[in-house]
Design a protein around this ligand. Sequence first.
Ligand SMILES: Cc1ncc(COP(=O)(O)O)c(C=O)c1O
Length: 383
Amino acid sequence: MKLFNVYPLFDITPVKAKGCYVWDSEENCYLDLYGGHAVISIGHSHPHYVQRLHEQLNQLAFYSNSVRNPLQEELAEKLGELSGYPDYHLFLCNSGAEAIENALKLASFYNGRSKVVCFERGFHGRTSGAVAITDNARIQAPINFTQHVVRLPWEEEEQLRQHLQSGEICAVVLEGIQGIGGVYEASPAYWQLLRQLCDETDTVLIADEIQSGYGRTGQFFAHQHAGVQPDLITLAKGMGNGFPIGGVMIGPRFEASYGLLGTTFGGNHLACTAGIAVLEVLERENLMHYATETGNYLMDKLRNTNGVREVRGKGLMIGVEMEFPIKELRAHLLSEHYMLTGSSSQPHTLRLLPPLCLTHVQADDFISAFGKAVAHFREKTVD
Ligand SMILES: Cc1ncc(COP(=O)(O)O)c(C=O)c1O
């Protein structure tokens, strides 16, 4: 049997990784500025993470959600404490899209409504509800088309007010910082408006922190820069540093009942162990602070690089908009400079999502390679 061929691949085969470095099968060493789509939070193969998972694997890898699993409580407790949401509840699942599906369901169960407000350029996953609220017609099959979705321009106010005041909207969903869309943040004023309108109309505010959460922007969640509290917060990616785990953090006003949500694999012993190890390392190594510090350092240097039109983002979630399309630049950075970077839905915007342990020396190495690569391409490709 052959693989179902849905991924365009770079021609490298990683076999080993440590911290911010990845080695391929030919022993080339790459600096990882992308963390495999923002998944690597505490660094590849962190010794504490490896040890914790190794020990757990020797004890118990899995049992179902019909028995007690103290690791789930330990994870919830630690996450509540570190994120500043001790009074929220945690539902565990396996991926980002699943977290979104469960958040949408919870919101709809809560107020009995079915329409969702989402935003242009937003990405929320590829399953039915998640892809319906994602702004990409190419990944929506006819079965995903629904009347339930209202998509608004980013930071739009007038239509937002009208829709929410109609009393038909179940939830408003937005990313803490838009990731795949090209790294765009909503202003604190807009977050506050959303919070106010949702309160007035009993609409559920859902922050999708799947990419922007887990310390990446220097706060535990990106929306915390705006000083608001969403009702539901979706998690995945950095939560397990590579081990598949997702979750929904659920505000105190939502009531649980048996069978309301459920999953076979979600919250299994290995996944929880990975999740706990990530939080322990984030805290012990002060990685949120480093994300701010190294992120500011990197963004300053990027702003002073020729060919850069705009640098967006916070901490180590960075969008670099270039004067020319970045497709070939990215491939060149990989093949000639051994640097892994990310793209976005904006052809001119490169996305940087390195592990949070990136050092200044590594940031300098990137800047030096980036400067050379840009110089190589600039003359060729300026619009
Ligand atoms: C903001 C956001 N939400 C949801 C998802 C979907 O997550 P997953 O691929 O784990 O289903 C992603 C994935 O890139 C994402 O960036």
